[in-house]
Structure formats: structure tokens, C-alpha cells
Ligand binder design. Structure first.
Ligand code: APR
Length: 393
């Protein structure tokens, strides 16, 4: 065997939250794995993304003995702050949850997961280029890549975990006819803006006839703002002045500190599910398998759920030679994914339909307003909403 040919149990492609969480769970269970990441470490650590760790995910880290080491950020209160037509209407939800949910920027979780994985002796290789998957339906698939020194290496393994996001190589390695893509476009985008402007609340969401607006704290001095806008809007049309004007109009109150705006990007809202989530010995996790609209704050939590299910399934196979959980992996995850896609679609429609009628009309607006009011009037609805927010159903 050449020194560039290696063996392991699981090759994990991608070191985002899905890949690193899986890597840590396997490492703690004594199962060999190698994580291959295309980018440099600094890039992965600094990639800015929103993040909410729901109670289910916090509980999962607790059960794997990692909560104290990886879950950071501030605990979230069971309250959502809404501004409806310029009026403040806080919504407190009833929950049996014992807590644990956190506002934790994704890069904070990724950094913690990376420190723990590398610190505990995990094998994480950055700048892995030209990753190729071979023989994924055979008994011993291989992953070939070019390492940071330009040497081509091959790792044979029992399983490949495709944790490389929506544009990765893993899903693209599955023949098209073996996968079904279910998708839904919401018909609008979010202009997302990062600004040096302290937030009064952890989160603030506005329903207004000019469209949805959101503000989420990013540390004590900065906020990320979201403004619903048409899909064909050009980011260049959004000058800083126009952004502040629109934020103030939709929230119906002045912004105290209009600091520097450091980034503006456009995100079309969509839901996507690829099924099944496995092919041969390749298993898809996280964004590689599904995308939820950001309104739901469930993208990261779904990725974490996949890692939990897959790690437990590999463990069962390796320790007990029992393949039942692996065979059920796709069905188990998809059941959960569709439940949360349903929640995400409902909440996304609600928050946008209730505002600007130019997208879906007056009838939808009135339905959305009635549903919104029901959150306050019906304890049953309130409780169900709380179950979804905490991730406990
Ligand atoms: N080879 C190796 N690594 C790759 C490749 C490739 N061909 N393509 C992508 N990657 C890496 C990316 O650089 C990234 O570090 O895979 C990783 C994928 O990580 P994420 O995009 O964070 O995906 P995931 O771990 O599934 O996390 C899902 O991300 O987009 C958010 O809302 C989403 O919170 C959710 C989370």
C-alpha cells in the first residue's frame, strides 16, 4: 500500500456544524474518522452566519457529554418581540422545556467544535482540494483528494458522510435519477445587513405593510437586519440611507445608533429537500440534504439532528454489527425534516403574508393576521408554537 493510501471508518466531507458535530460524536465513541475541508481553517472559523441552538440541540450535546465545551452564547427567553404596524406586541410562549436553547452565532459553535475535535486528537484536514467520491455503492468506498501540499491521497472507508453544504461534491456524486429534489420558492428575498447598531432585544420582528423586517443582536454592539424585498431587487439600489429609512418605517420607531453597515447581501427564501438522504454508503447531512428558510431558525438545528441520528446509527453498526439504524437513517431524518419544513413554511408565510399585500394579496394578508392573533388567543396554538421553537416535537 502506498503511503498516500489510507483507511478509516468514516470520511466526513465538510467541516461546518454538521461535519464537526458528527466528527466529535464519533471521536468520543472511539470510531475512526477523517474530516476533509476545502477551505482554510481561518475561513471556516470566521464565516459569519446566524445561529440559534434550540433546546433539542442543546439537550443532544448534553447527552453526548459536550454541552459545556461547545454550546456558547446567551440563553434565550421564551418570548418573541413583535412590532405589528408600529406597535410592540411581545409574545410569550408556554413551554415545558427545561431550557438550554441559546442564541449562539454559528461561527462560535463551529470554533468550539473545531477546538474540541482537534484538541481531543481528531483528524481534520484543511485545504483538501478536488475531493472525489469513488465506488459509493460498493463495500469499501474511497475518497480521493489533493492535500495542502499538492499530494493526491486516497482514503478507503466504510461510510462517507456528505456534510459539504448545498454546493458540495457529495450530493453531486449521486446519479441524478436516484434523488428527488422537492423545492418551494417563497417569491421574495431578504436583504440581510450587518451593522454597528446595538439591539434592544435579542430579536425583534416587524409586520408592516411595507414588508417584513427583522433585527437580531450580534453581540453587544452590532445587529443583523433583514428586510423583505422583491427577488429582482439589486443590492446596489439599497444605499445605507435607504436601508435605515426602511428599517425605521417598518419598525415604526427611530433607530438610536445608525452605525457603519459592513455587509449587504440578498438571500432568496426557499425550502429544499433531497430524498432519499443516502445512496449506497454515502449519507447526506445538513445543508447537503435540505435548506429551510431562515425565518424558522432551524437550518443549523436540522444539521445537528442529522449528525445525532447518523452518529448513533454508525455506532450501532460498528459496536453491534446492527445495520437497522443506518438503513432507517434517511427515513428517520426526513420525517423530522418535513415536520420542520412545515413549521418553517407556516411561519415564513405568516410573517410575510401579514404585511405587504403586493406579494400574495389581501386575502392571504387577512388569513395571516387571523393566524397571528390566534397565537395570543389560543393556549393550544401558543403551546404548539413553543414546541416548534424549542425543537421538542
Ligand atoms: N470538499 C470539502 N469541503 C467542502 C466541499 C468540498 N467539495 N464543498 C464544501 N465544503 C465545505 C464548506 O467549505 C463548509 O465548511 O463543507 C462545509 C459545509 O458546511 P455548512 O455550509 O456550514 O453546512 P452544514 O454543516 O450542513 O451546516 C448547515 O449552515 O447554511 C447554514 O443554515 C444552515 O445553519 C445551517 C448550516
Amino acid at each position: 500500500m502506498s503511503p498516500t493510501d489510507e483507511n478509516t471508518t468514516v470520511v466526513i466531507i465538510g467541516s461546518g456544524v454538521a461535519g464537526l458535530t458528527l466528527g466529535n460524536f464519533l471521536l468520543r465513541s472511539g470510531i475512526d474518522c477523517v474530516v476533509l475541508e476545502r477551505q482554510r481553517r481561518e475561513y471556516v472559523e470566521q464565516r459569519q452566519r446566524a445561529g440559534v441552538i434550540d433546546s433539542r440541540a442543546a439537550q443532544m450535546f448534553r447527552e453526548w457529554g459536550l454541552e459545556d465545551r461547545v454550546v456558547g452564547g446567551v440563553p434565550f427567553e421564551p418570548v418573541l418581540n413583535f412590532r405589528i404596524d408600529g406597535e410592540t406586541r411581545p409574545f410569550r410562549y408556554v413551554t415545558d422545556d427545561l431550557g438550554g436553547g441559546r442564541f449562539c452565532p454559528q461561527q462560535m459553535l463551529v470554533r468550539n467544535l473545531m477546538d474540541v475535535f482537534v484538541g481531543d486528537g481528531g483528524d481534520l484536514r484543511f485545504e483538501a482540494e478536488n475531493v472525489e467520491l469513488e465506488d459509493i455503492t460498493g463495500p469499501r468506498p474511497r475518497v480521493r483528494y489533493r492535500d495542502s501540499a499538492g499530494v493526491t491521497r486516497t482514503i478507503a472507508c466504510d461510510f462517507i458522510a456528505g456534510c459539504d453544504g448545498d454546493h458540495g461534491v457529495s450530493r453531486a456524486s449521486i446519479p441524478e435519477e436516484e434523488l428527488t429534489r422537492h423545492s418551494h420558492e417563497y417569491g421574495y428575498a431578504w436583504l440581510t445587513v450587518l451593522a454597528d447598531a446595538p439591539a434592544k432585544h435579542q430579536s425583534l420582528m416587524a409586520i408592516h405593510d411595507r414588508g417584513f423586517a427583522g433585527q437580531f443582536a450580534r453581540g453587544p454592539q452590532a445587529s443583523r437586519f433583514y428586510l423583505q424585498c422583491p427577488l429582482d431587487t439589486a443590492v446596489e439600489e439599497w444605499t445605507d440611507d435607504r436601508i435605515w429609512e426602511e428599517i425605521e418605517a417598518r419598525f415604526g420607531e427611530p433607530v438610536a445608533v445608525k452605525g457603519r453597515i459592513s455587509s449587504k447581501t440578498l438571500v432568496p427564501l426557499r425550502s429544499v429537500v433531497h430524498a432519499p438522504m443516502s445512496h449506497g454508503r454515502l449519507y447526506l447531512l445538513g445543508d447537503a440534504a435540505h435548506i429551510v428558510p431562515p425565518m424558522s431558525a432551524k437550518g443549523m438545528n436540522l444539521a445537528l439532528h442529522d449528525a445525532d441520528v447518523f452518529a448513533a446509527a454508525v455506532l450501532k453498526q460498528v459496536k453491534e454489527q446492527d445495520t437497522t439504524l443506518l438503513e432507517a437513517y434517511s427515513a428517520t431524518c426526513l420525517k423530522h425534516v418535513w415536520n420542520y419544513q412545515a413549521f418553517a413554511a407556516w411561519f415564513t408565510d405568516l410573517m410575510h403574508d401579514a404585511g405587504d399585500v403586493s406579494y400574495r394579496g389581501e386575502f392571504r394578508r387577512r388569513l395571516a393576521r387571523a393566524e397571528f392573533q390566534r397565537l395570543y388567543d389560543s393556549e393550544t396554538t401558543n403551546r404548539l408554537f413553543g414546541e416548534f421553537l424549542t425543537g421538542l416535537n
